[in-house]
Structures are given as structure tokens and as C-alpha cells.
Ligand binder design. Structure first.
Ligand code: HEM
Length: 395
């Protein structure tokens, strides 16, 4: 083999960003559990192994005190495992079930989408990431938490500081302090909302939480800690899948035409896009003891990156895995929302947001087309999305 060996030792994260899928294919074929020297972690790339690790929270835990997500946000469902995580998750899952999303949130989301489209409808073209895809999820979070529309800029500021905090791999003290200050500001703002009688709109997530029976209700501090991760989990992810789905459809004009003519096909296109261009490419775990994965001995305390984007292109599970095929029979087996105890809590909300967003864009801007020359292909090996996507239509 002409390949440098071991492959992981030669992986260069900067080069990975441009086309992670070529690297995932090599790793799946030749080195499915690979030590990536420059990142100091294992990459696991086959669907079967990724799913098995994510389901086994005893051997592979989500957190350690020195992980950035824990340092920034503290304890919540994404940094705990076992009974504590299950209790928090059970208390919070109701508002995110499909029926609750449909009844409490969908009509509000449609109104937000329409207002955003109003702002550029007459222009004939728009850079959709900044004018639409990055704003919609923030507005949806306002309604999830029962906050007024004027708080959009505040939420954006908090989000950007949290994102910098979670990417602060050099542990820059200024970035860390800023993220922590904003965590306290976020909690104080939400606490005031929870404590003010009658302040919560009945459709909000917070209102639904207060409806849960007292024996399963979380403490106020637990609600606020989990609100942080719910908020953080639901912004860039939705932005990315909105853009990635439009990009995938633009590359497949036959599917684009079909989806426009038959909106019933849209959910399948979104699902297939989650598989084909997964926004979240990796989920990190820590080995709680010495373990073996596919014959590779892994020491307790090692970091393991479960490569969701790679698992979703595994030909052992998905026939013709590199093709975008909205009719594949096992379309839902992708791991874009992970699996196991930490499966994405907001996946139904995310799906609803993208479905409503694209459906309204197609209704309101007939014949709109993605300008592929002005659009960057999705990039990134941990998080995949285009940096800009231009849409054009006849005014
Ligand atoms: C397309 C959009 C989304 C994608 C691709 C996505 C992806 C994921 C993934 C891969 C995980 C698991 C991470 C791991 O196991 O390490 C996760 C967890 C989570 N997501 Fe999402 N997410 C999306 C949207 C959302 C939204 C809209 C929300 C909030 C409303 C949300 C809230 C959460 C929460 C709270 C968790 C942690 C669940 C737990 O630990 O029990 N996500 N998400």
C-alpha cells in the first residue's frame, strides 16, 4: 500500500477540513480504530463501532472535568452519565417530543421564517447563512425559552461567547472568563423569567417544564444548567443542516425538482442530507477503563472521537453510501443525531425547523436557485457546513 502507515499518525487536521470524506474512507478500509497523533485521540470510523461505543456509557463516558464543555457549562445531561443523566433527560424530553414541537412551536416557527423572508424577498438574491440560517435557530430558542424578540442580539452574543469557550483549546484565560461571565448572565436572565409570575408564554419550553409533576421536576439550578446545553445545542447545528440540505439539493437538481413538487418528500431529503453531509461529524468519549475496540487496546482515560460523518458513509450499512439517495430503505439508520443515551434531544425540533424553512423558501421564492459559483462547499472535520450560500430568484 502506498499509504503512510499508520494512517492516523499522518493525519493533518488542516488538510482534513477540505475533504474529510476521503480520509474517512481510507480509515474505514484500513485503520478503523486509529490513533491520530496530532490530536491526541483515537478516531473510530465504522458505523458498527461508533454505534456500539455511543451506546456503552459505562465503558465510554461523555465527560471528564478537564473537558471544555464541562469547564464552561458544568453539570448537565451532556456532561453526565448514568442515573443523573437519565433523570435530567426524562424530565426534559417531553417538550421536545414530536407532538409537543408540532403543537407548541411549529406555527411560531413558520411566522419567524416568513418575517425573515420578508426582509430579503424583494432583493433577488441573498447570502442565506447570515440573513436567514443563522438567525432562525436563535429566534426559535427565544420562543423555546419564552423570551421576547428584542433578546435576539443578547442570545447571539451569549452563543458566540459560548462557542469560543468550547473551542478554546489553548485555554486562553480571557476567552474562558468571558464564556463563564456570560454563563452567569444567561442563568440570571433565565432565572428572572422562571421566577416572575405569569412571565412565561404557555407555548414555551419553560412553561412545559413547570407543568411536569413535582416528583420528576428538576431543581431550578438543574433547569438552568440544562437550558445552557439545550440553547447551545440548537443554534449552529440547525444553521448547518439548513445550508447543507440546500447545497445537497442544488447538486441534485432532479431531487430538488421532486421535493419542490412534492413537499411530502422533503423530510426524506432532510434525513438523507443529515446522513450525506452530517453537520456534527464527531462525538467525543473518554474510556473509563482499559478497553479493546476492534482489536486495538485503548488505555483508561484515552479520548475517542466517534466519527459520525464517517459512520454515515459506511458501505457495510448504506448501499452506495457516497450517493445522495432519498429513496434508500434504511434512510433513518444514520447517526447524525448520535445514538444511545445522549441521542440528540432536539432532533425533532431541528427537523421541523429545516422542513418549515425550506418549504417556505420554495413557496415564497419560486424558481430560487443556489448560486454554486458564489457558494462555498461545506467544509470541516468536526463540524461541516458552507461558510456562505447564495440563493438567487426572479423578482
Ligand atoms: C441538525 C441539527 C442538530 C444536530 C445535527 C445535532 C446533533 C447532536 C448530536 C450528534 C448529539 C450527541 C452528542 C454526543 O453524543 O456526544 C446531540 C446531543 C444533544 N443535542 Fe443536538 N443536534 C441538533 C439540533 C439540536 C437542537 C435544535 C437542540 C435543542 C433544542 C439540540 C440539543 C441537544 C442536547 C440537549 C443534546 C444532549 C443530549 C444528552 O446528552 O442527553 N440539538 N445533538
Amino acid at each position: 500500500m502506498s499509504e503512510a502507515w499508520p494512517i492516523g499518525a499522518a493525519i493533518d487536521p488542516t488538510a482534513l477540513s477540505a475533504d474529510p470524506y476521503a480520509a474517512w474512507a481510507r480509515l474505514r478500509a484500513h485503520e478503523p480504530v486509529s490513533w491520530v497523533e496530532r490530536l491526541g485521540m483515537y478516531y473510530v470510523t465504522r458505523h458498527e463501532d461508533v454505534a456500539a461505543i455511543l451506546k456503552d456509557h459505562e465503558a465510554f463516558a461523555v465527560g471528564a472535568d478537564d473537558m471544555l464543555v464541562y469547564d464552561t457549562f458544568g453539570r448537565h445531561m451532556m456532561t453526565t452519565d448514568g442515573p443523573e443523566q437519565v433523570r435530567m433527560r426524562l424530565a426534559l424530553r417531553g417538550p421536545f417530543a414530536p407532538k409537543s414541537v408540532r403543537e407548541r412551536l411549529e406555527s411560531g416557527i413558520a411566522a419567524m421564517v416568513d418575517r425573515l423572508i420578508d426582509s430579503f424577498e424583494g432583493a433577488g438574491s441573498v447570502e442565506l447563512r447570515h440573513a436567514f440560517a443563522c438567525r432562525l435557530p436563535v429566534q426559535v430558542m427565544l420562543s423555546v425559552f419564552g423570551l421576547p424578540p428584542e433578546d435576539e442580539a443578547l442570545l447571539r452574543r451569549w452563543y458566540d461567547a459560548f462557542e469560543a469557550g468550547l473551542a478554546n483549546y489553548t485555554w486562553d484565560p480571557a476567552v474562558r472568563a468571558r464564556a463563564k461571565d456570560y454563563v452567569e448572565e444567561f442563568k440570571a436572565h433565565m432565572r428572572a423569567r422562571l421566577q416572575a409570575p405569569g412571565a412565561l408564554p404557555p407555548a414555551s419550553l419553560f412553561a412545559a417544564l413547570l407543568e411536569t409533576p413535582p416528583e420528576s421536576r428538576l431543581s431550578e439550578e438543574e433547569i438552568l444548567q440544562n437550558a445552557l446545553i439545550i440553547f447551545f445545542g440548537g443554534i449552529s447545528t440547525v444553521e448547518a443542516i439548513t445550508l447543507n440540505t440546500l447545497y445537497a439539493l442544488a447538486l441534485h437538481p432532479d431531487v430538488m425538482a421532486r421535493v419542490r413538487g412534492d413537499r411530502e418528500a422533503l423530510p426524506r431529503a432532510i434525513e438523507e442530507c443529515a446522513r450525506w453531509l452530517s453537520p456534527v461529524q464527531a462525538a467525543t468519549r473518554v474510556a473509563t477503563r482499559d478497553v479493546e475496540v476492534r482489536g486495538v487496546a485503548i488505555k483508561q482515560g484515552s479520548l475517542i472521537n466517534c466519527m459520525l460523518g464517517s459512520a454515515n458513509r459506511d458501505a457495510d450499512v448504506f448501499a452506495g453510501a457516497d450517493s445522495f439517495d432519498i429513496d434508500r430503505d434504511n434512510i433513518a439508520r444514520h447517526l447524525a443525531f448520535a445514538t444511545g443515551p445522549h441521542t440528540c434531544l432536539g432532533s425533532n425540533l431541528a427537523r421541523a425547523e429545516v422542513r418549515i424553512a425550506l418549504s417556505r423558501l420554495f413557496d415564497r421564492l419560486p424558481e430560487c436557485e443556489v448560486d454554486l459559483e458564489q457558494t462555498e462547499p461545506p467544509r470541516g472535520y468536526e463540524f461541516l457546513q458552507p461558510s456562505a450560500l447564495v440563493l438567487r430568484w426572479r423578482v
